[in-house]
Design a protein around this ligand. Structure first.
Ligand SMILES: [Zn+2]
Length: 307
C-alpha cells in the first residue's frame, strides 16, 4: 500500500451524471441494496472489439498505476468498495454502506486476492461508533459531503483498515525477513492502535505469494546488484577505494525506484532505503559476511551525505 493523492473532483463521467446521482439518492433514501447496479460503479461499457471495459477502473489506473490499492501488485483490478456496500462482517445488523456504492472516495482498485479470495470481502472493523445509515440533508436527500471518506462523520468511525488516500502507510506498515529468510513479511508499526496488523490481516497481505514476490522483485535484485559490484572488485575491475562510490550508484538506483510509483511494492522500496536500521535488517543481513561491513559503512556514509 502507498499513499495515493486522488483528485476527488476528477470523477469518472458516469459518477457525475445526474441519473447516477439520482439513483444513489434513491438507494440512500430507500435503503434498498437491490437497486445497486455494478454496471454503474464499474462504469461498464463495451469497447470497439466487443469487450466489456470499466471507465471507473481506467480513471483509477491514472492514480494507482494499474496497481492493487492494498498489495501493490500490477493487475487488472476489481472495483472495490473500501466500506462494503452490502453488509459488514463484524455486524450482522448492518446492511452495509449502500449509500456509498457510487461514491468516488469509496472506490479503490483491488486485486481479487486482496478483495475476494481470502481477502477483505465485507470486513470493516472499526474502533469508534459505526455509521449505520446515510446522513440526509434538510431536504431529506443524501448529504454527499458527508459521504466522502475523509468526512468528519466517517473518520469518527476510526476504521482499522488503512485508506490509501487518507492514511500514510509509511507510518503504519513495515517489513521484516520472514522466519527462514525466504520472503519479506509485512508488519504493523503502530503498537498502540494496531491498524497496521489489522490491515495486513484483513487483506491477507502476508500470503506466501506476496512474501516471495517482494523478496524476488525488490531485495533479491538489489542484492544481485551489490553482488555484481563485488564480483567486479574481485576481478580487479573496480579498485577497493572505488567500491563505495560504485555502491553509491546502487543505493541511488534503489532510491530512484522507491520514488517511481509505477513499480510494484513502492512501500517496501521506500522502507529499505529510509534508514540504516531497516537497511541493515533487510539488506545487509542477507549479504555474504565479507561484504557486510563495507556495504553497511557505505550506506551510512550515503545517508549522511558523505559518499
Ligand atoms: Zn492486492
Amino acid at each position: 500500500m502507498r499513499l495515493v493523492i486522488k483528485d476527488l473532483n476528477d470523477k469518472p463521467d458516469i459518477l457525475k451524471e445526474q441519473s447516477t446521482i439520482d439513483a444513489l439518492n434513491q438507494i440512500a433514501v430507500s435503503g434498498n441494496t437491490n437497486l445497486i447496479k455494478d454496471s454503474v460503479y464499474k462504469g461498464t461499457y463495451t469497447d470497439s472489439v466487443g469487450k466489456t471495459q470499466s471507465s471507473v477502473r481506467e480513471k483509477l489506473n491514472k492514480y494507482y498505476f494499474h496497481k492493487c490499492a492494498y498489495c501493490e501488485v500490477i493487475c487488472k483490478a476489481e472495483i472495490e468498495h473500501y466500506r462494503p456496500k452490502k453488509g459488514v462482517s463484524e455486524d450482522n445488523t448492518h446492511n452495509g454502506y449502500y449509500w456509498l456504492a457510487y461514491e468516488w472516495s469509496n472506490l479503490v482498485p483491488s486485486c481479487r486476492y486482496c478483495n475476494t479470495e481470502g481477502g477483505k470481502g465485507n470486513q470493516f472493523p472499526v474502533m469508534g461508533t459505526r455509521v449505520k445509515s446515510p446522513i440526509l440533508d434538510i431536504l431529506g436527500k443524501l448529504d454527499t459531503e458527508k459521504s466522502i471518506a475523509k468526512s468528519t462523520e466517517l473518520i469518527a468511525e476510526k476504521p482499522y483498515l488503512l485508506h490509501p488516500e487518507i492514511d500514510n502507510p509509511v507510518l503504519v506498515l513495515g517489513f521484516t525477513l520472514d522466519d527462514e529468510s525466504k520472503g519479506i513479511k509485512m508488519l504493523g508499526l503502530d503498537t498502540d492502535k494496531l491498524r497496521g496488523e489489522k490491515t495486513i490481516k484483513i487483506c491477507n497481505l502476508n500470503r506466501d505469494y506476496l512474501k516471495l514476490a517482494r523478496k524476488k522483485n525488490v531485495t533479491d535484485s538489489f542484492i544481485k546488484h551489490i553482488d555484481s559490484l563485488f564480483a567486479l572488485n574481485n576481478q580487479g575491475l573496480i579498485a577497493d577505494e572505488n567500491l563505495p562510490k560504485a555502491l553509491k550508484i546502487a543505493f541511488e538506483e534503489a532510491e530512484a525506484k522507491s520514488q517511481d510509483a509505477t513499480l510494484e511494492y513502492t512501500l517496501l522500496r521506500k522502507y529499505i532505503v529510509s534508514n540504516e536500521v531497516r537497511f541493515e535488517q533487510i539488506i545487509v543481513s542477507q549479504l555474504e559476511f565479507s561484504q557486510q561491513t563495507i556495504v553497511r559503512e557505505a550506506f551510512q556514509a550515503y545517508k549522511n551525505g558523505n559518499l
